[in-house]
Ligand binder design. Sequence first.
Ligand SMILES: *Cc1c(COP(=O)(O)O)cnc(C)c1O
Length: 404
Amino acid sequence: MNYNKNKLFIDKIAVDKIIKRFGTPTYCYSYNQLKENILNFKKNFYKINPLICFAVKANNNIKILNEIGRLGLGADVVSKGELMAALRSNINPRKIVFSGVGKTSNEIEFAAKKNILLINVESRSELITISKISNKISKSIDIGLRLNPNVDAKTIKEITTGKNSNKFGLNEKEVLDLLDEYKNSKFVNIKCLSVHIGSQITSHTPYLRTLNAMQKIIDKSKFRFEYIDLGGGMGINYGQENKLLNYKKYSNHISKFIKKNKVKIIFEPGRSIVGSTGYLLTKIIYIKKTNKVNFVILDTGMNDFIRPALYKAYHRIIPSKKSKKKIFKIHDFVGPICETTDKFLSVKTFQKLNEQDNIVICDVGAYGKVLSSNYNLRIGASEIMVKNSKVLRIRKKENLNSII
Ligand SMILES: *Cc1c(COP(=O)(O)O)cnc(C)c1O
């Protein structure tokens, strides 16, 4: 994305042109950025040679999954729907892992029959259910045990998952007990020890504490795991971070870990792969001026993009046409939804704007469209992708009759 003669371009195509053809609100993804993010991720961990399973929950568009698969990644899924989407996108089942605290028998049986790489178990009850299904379908099932390492990921509390107050994973004692009970089971093969401690993590220290917690399990149990699944959570630069993850340090510590334990590493990144690939294209419906604030009312709302309302997440907002004229007044960029939290951003000053101007919300490729709804009975934003100087529609437009 860049400005040329004050006009905004995404991969060399003018945003105003895209909007003229596809309308607003629309999620627009850059294939080039997707490819770059994946190459960067691989480069950061090249010494480790990991299996990279993209966390489908961050973005489940079939076309995007298909491109991700073609660029060599597998998938981390958390429901039967996501597993079906990954398989339909031609992602190899041997590169798919299944996580989640509430997998139903139906979902487990479906996954087992598809021969996916691993089911990451999050409770004793789930392991009992998996054993029963194995017995029923006469097939042993490959599993991982998800450890809750009780590590604070130092991120927003709503997206922390690796503390013992969170619902995810098994504590150290539970992992050790289950290893003991199930190491010779004919129903399950324990192949992996897995973790996922949270999202938008910008320091390597929580990851190091996690590696230490995993080492402790290996040392205490003397169990030979084939895989260590380190989850995802790598933070990205939304424009307000005061530091970012030091991949080199993280990677060096993992290298040492591998040398000692002779294991294959799995990662489950979501945000770091797709976050920066997405733009939400929108139009100003009205500008409502009050004494203190200019409310810039957009044609997209929290139903299309809920992260600012849900976690107070920061996302840059930029105009499709740059102007030098500044207005020194608070601007609140809001949606049309009947909720006060339906606000994307508040800034102290912004360039002069007019009704009908096009506006772009940045870095919405992860946890954007996937978290959208038809709240207020609104048509959801459609999705397009810029690839090789072409713009393709990658999700059908909804229509009011079908959602009503
Ligand atoms: C959400 C999730 C991920 C991806 O997290 P990101 O922060 O998007 O990288 C990975 N693994 C599991 C189990 C998850 O729930």
